[in-house]
Ligand binder design. Structure first.
Ligand code: ADP
Ligand code: MG
Length: 481
């Protein structure tokens, strides 16, 4: 028996859709409302109630499908998955078994310094169950049916992942995609994006797949990684001890970082799937698919390529900006006015990302315009970037003042207002100390501190030290004539 092994993982990912109403009735689909407030007769499955198809769920499924290179099944249908549980009032879940809406597909994401492509098996539509709450009451289980009937997409991947880290990186990239196409907030803490991790181990890549265990309902990237790593070690421990892994469903416990058996395959439920007679087949016209394709402005990887190839943004910065669609829009909006792609992209990555949570949606447009004007002044050499960022950004965030020139004037940070020509002062100092200049040019770079000190002595207040240092460095590194 070899001492190393390979981990194999396949995911079943649940995406809770952000449609206004539920999958099969008009009840509001919203997280966080008071318990049992969005529950009509249909959500409660009172006798005689019937489901109605929600067109938005179908459109969201197609949108995800075309983004992932799936084949859209133009003739799909819903099935009933029968089981009894208190949070499932109908006694069955409406899902898609035999004819899911999307077939195949693939997804490429970055993991470490490499790109990895995983294949998808299919995507199907279904509805969520209600929620059993065990921790409000000591003896009772409480039930909240608000979630019952929430529209879901389930994305089933092929067993193409090879580590917990890959799964974690995949979840990040997948979350970005979901938010780009705006079919869900993909908030993992609130359960809008969660996955079941199927894990097995084998001696090496050429060995047949091992028996898998399925870790249910993992709702964070960190937990997915932990659960997979724990599970792989556990299974490999069994195998090296001469035992056999059994197929079972397990639960991850965050406190211990361990997984626990929930049910064995022998007690696997027989769901008795059959076509739901209350819902018609879903026939999709080519035109619908084409319209949805056209409605997608750009996908994350397209935005990243665009930033690099068309705007000359460095790879790392392009990668960061493209992870958030709103930042891409911000960039595109700002460079319309400021013809300096580097200044704008660096501002977004180094400044804006860390302050954006302080800007309300209502203020977003106004603040963006003020920041744009600030960058224009920097680009015109009227303000030094670092002074503008330290002095102006807090004021812009705190006040409603939109006249950025006035704020800069009030704070006396206009470069001209100091009346100093940076280059002249620096040159004058260098002329006074020709031996120090020579020493610097011969490699004693630490002398930059000496020059800075001389500058400060000469009364260069009001100027940004970073700009002064840059000026010195530029002049000192020029070939001596
Ligand atoms: P089922 O229909 O019994 O749920 P599937 O064949 O549909 O099983 O697979 C469900 C998930 O389990 C898929 O994501 C698939 O990639 C994954 N999977 C299947 N076999 C293995 C295995 N041996 N190791 C890891 N994952 C697996
Ligand atoms: Mg399954």
């Amino acid at each position: 028996m070899s001492s190393s092994y390979e981990t194999v993982i396949g995911l079943e990912i649940h995406v809770q859709l952000n449609t206004k109403s539920k999958a099969f009735c008009r009840d509001t689909n919203r997280f966080g409302d008071n318990a049992n407030t969005n529950i009509s007769e249909v959500s409660l499955a009172l006798p005689g109630t019937l489901p109605n198809l929600n067109r938005s769920q179908v459109l969201s499924a197609i949108k995800l499908g075309v983004s992932l290179d799936c084949d859209i099944n133009k003739n799909s249908r819903f099935d009933r998955k029968n089981y009894t549980y208190p949070d499932l009032p109908k006694g069955y879940q409406i899902t898609q078994d035999q004819k899911p809406i999307c077939i195949g597909g693939q997804f490429t994401f970055k993991t470490g310094e490499n790109y990895k492509t995983i294949r998808l098996h299919h995507i199907h539509m279904e509805e969520d169950a209600g929620k059993s709450i065990h921790d409000i009451d000591k003896t009772l289980t409480c039930l909240d049916y608000n979630r019952a009937g929430t529209p879901l997409l389930e994305v089933v991947t092929e067993p193409d992942f090879r580590s917990g880290q890959e799964v974690s990186d995949f979840m990040s990239a997948f979350q970005t995609l979901i938010r780009y196409i705006d079919i869900s907030d993909a908030n993992m803490e609130e359960g809008s994006l969660r996955c079941d991790c199927n894990v097995s181990v084998r001696t090496d890549a050429n060995a047949p797949l091992g028996t898998r265990a399925e870790v249910k309902n993992v709702n964070s990237k960190k937990f997915a990684k932990q659960a997979i790593e724990f599970e792989a070690e556990r299974q490999w421990g069994i195998i090296t001890a001469g035992g056999e892994v059994i197929q079972e469903t397990r639960l991850f416990e965050a406190e211990s970082g361990k997984t626990y058996s929930m049910r064995k395959k022998e007690d696997a439920l027989d769901y008795r799937y059959f076509p739901d007679p209350d819902l018609q087949s879903i026939i999709i016209a080519d035109k619908v698919i084409k319209n949805i394709k056209n409605s997608i402005e750009f996908l994350p990887w397209e935005a990243e390529k665009n930033l690099k190839d068309d705007y000359g943004i460095t790879p790392k910065v392009a990668e960061t900006i493209s992870q958030d669609k709103s930042l891409v829009y911000l960039f595109l909006e700002m460079v319309k006015d400021i013809k300096n792609n580097k200044l704008v992209s660096n501002f977004i990555v180094n400044q804006f990302i860390t302050i954006q949570n302080k800007i309300t949606n209502a203020d977003y447009g106004i603040k963006r315009d003020v920041f744009t004007k600030m960058l224009m002044l920097i680009n015109d050499d009227k303000l030094s970037a670092s002074t503008a960022y330290t002095v102006l950004i807090p004021i812009i965030l705190k006040t409603n003042e939109i006249n950025i020139e006035q704020i800069a004037k009030d704070n006396n940070i206009f470069l001209e207002s100091t009346g100093i020509d940076l280059g002249d002062v620096c040159k004058e100092i260098m002329n006074k100390f020709p031996d120090k200049v020579k020493a610097y040019q011969n490699g004693k770079k630490g002398l930059i501190g000496f020059f800075m000190g001389q500058f400060m002595k000469s009364g260069g207040k009001g100027l940004n030290p970073k700009d002064v240092q840059k000026e010195f460095e530029n002049l000192l590194n020029e070939k001596p004539v």
